[in-house]
Design a protein around this ligand. Structure first.
Ligand code: UDP
Length: 332
C-alpha cells in the first residue's frame, strides 16, 4: 500500500499516496473529503462514512462505497473502519458559527467523533490522517505561525479541533498508532458549501451577481488561502510519511489582505462590482499565515496553486456548473 511518485491519479498526473489500499474517508461527501475520494478511487478501494448532514452524495465518485452514519456512534465507526489501511478523517461540525450556537454538539462530533475514529483505527492498526485547523492557534502572537505557536482557540470549533489534533498525536505516543494532524488554513475550491460563508465563496457569489463585495472592517486583515487540490496533496503525502505523531501546517505561506482578495476576485470574474466596507466581525483574527517549512521539509509538501489561478479556475468551473438561464428550453 505504499505510494510512490509513479502513481497515476485519475487525471493522469503523478500523485503521491496510497495504492491498492482500502481507505476510509470520513466526511467523504463533504468539501475536502469528496476531493480526496476523487484522488484516491482510481488506485484504491474507497469507503466513505458520512451522515450527509452537510455533504452531498452526488459529490462522491460512484466507485466509492458510501456508509451513511454518524461518527458519534462507536459501532458505526468500528464497522466502517474494519479492514482499512488508512483513514482520512475529515468529518466534523465545520461551521464556526454553529459551534458557538451548539458547543456540546460541536464537541461530540469533532472531538468525541475523532476519539471513536482513533479507537477504531487502533483496533485495525490503520494510519489516521486528521483534518485539524489553523483555528487551534486562535489569535497568533506573530505570523507566520509555526506548529509550536501557543494554542489558544477562540471558538468551540477551535477547541474541538485542538482536542482532536492532540488526541491524534497522543495516540501515536501512547499506542504507537500512526497518526498525522494537518492544520488547514483557509481552504477554497470547487464544491465548498456556500452556507458556511467562507469569504472566497461569498465574494465570488457577489462578484458574479454584480452585487457589492462586502469587506468586513477595513480589509487589512490577512489570511492564507490554500486551494483544495493542495490540501488533498498534503493528505496523500501524510498517508505515506515516516514523520508520524506530528502536526503540520497546510497553507501556502502567502499572506493576502481581504481587500486584495476582493480585488483578485473582481479580476478573476471580470466583475465591475463595487467593494464596500461593513462593520468588522467581532473577535476577528487580524492575521493568519502558515509557516509551511515543516510540511515542506518533512512531507515534501509544495503548494502549487496561486490564488489568482485558483480563483480564475474556480470561477470557470462555477460558471460551467451553473446553467445559463438563456439556454434553458421552456416548456409548458
Ligand atoms: N470576510 C469579509 N466579508 C465577508 C466574509 C468574510 O470581509 O463577507 C472576512 C472576515 O471578516 C475575515 C476573513 O474574511 O476577516 C475570513 O473569513 P472566513 O469566515 O472566510 O474565515 P476565518 O475568519 O475563519 O479565517
Amino acid at each position: 500500500m505504499t505510494g510512490s511518485d509513479d502513481n497515476l491519479g485519475r487525471d493522469g498526473a503523478s500523485r503521491p499516496g496510497p495504492t491498492d489500499a482500502t481507505v476510509l474517508v470520513t466526511g467523504g461527501a463533504g468539501f475536502v473529503g469528496s476531493h480526496l475520494c476523487e484522488a484516491l478511487v482510481a488506485d484504491n478501494e474507497v469507503r466513505v462514512l458520512d451522515d450527509l448532514s452537510s455533504g452531498c452524495p452526488a459529490d462522491v465518485p460512484p466507485e466509492a462505497t458510501i456508509v451513511e452514519g454518524d461518527v458519534r456512534d462507536p459501532a458505526t465507526v468500528r464497522e466502517a473502519t474494519a479492514g482499512v489501511d488508512v483513514v482520512f478523517h475529515e468529518a466534523a461540525l465545520v461551521s464556526v458559527a454553529e459551534s458557538v450556537e451548539k458547543p456540546l454538539e460541536s464537541d461530540a462530533v469533532t472531538s468525541d467523533g475523532t476519539l471513536h475514529v482513533l479507537d477504531a483505527a487502533r483496533r485495525e492498526d490503520a494510519r489516521v490522517v486528521l483534518a485539524s485547523s489553523a483555528a487551534v492557534y486562535g489569535h497568533p502572537e506573530s505570523v507566520p505561525v509555526t506548529e509550536d505557536e501557543p494554542k489558544a482557540p477562540t471558538s468551540p470549533y477551535g477547541v474541538a479541533k485542538l482536542s482532536a489534533d492532540q488526541y491524534a498525536l497522543r495516540f501515536n505516543d501512547l499506542y504507537g498508532l500512526e497518526t498525522v494532524s494537518l492544520r488547514y488554513f483557509n481552504i477554497y475550491g470547487p464544491r465548498q458549501n456556500p452556507e458556511y460563508g467562507a469569504v472566497v465563496s461569498v465574494f465570488l457569489d457577489q462578484a458574479t451577481a454584480g452585487d457589492p463585495i462586502t469587506v468586513e472592517g477595513d480589509g487589512s486583515q490577512t489570511r492564507d488561502f490554500v486551494h483544495v487540490d493542495d490540501v488533498v496533496r498534503a493528505n496523500l503525502l501524510a498517508a505515506e510519511t515516516d514523520h508520524v505523531g506530528e502536526a503540520f501546517n497546510v497553507g501556502t505561506g502567502e499572506s493576502v489582505t481581504i481587500r486584495e482578495l476582493a480585488e483578485t476576485v473582481r479580476r478573476a470574474t471580470d466583475s465591475d462590482s463595487d467593494v464596500v466596507h461593513t462593520d468588522p466581525r467581532p473577535g476577528d483574527i487580524d492575521h493568519s499565515l502558515a509557516d509551511v517549512s515543516k510540511a515542506r521539509e518533512r512531507l515534501g509538501f509544495e503548494p502549487t496553486v496561486s490564488l489568482e489561478d485558483g480563483l480564475t479556475a474556480l470561477h470557470r468551473e462555477r460558471a460551467a456548473a451553473t446553467p445559463d438561464p438563456g439556454d434553458q428550453a421552456t416548456t409548458d
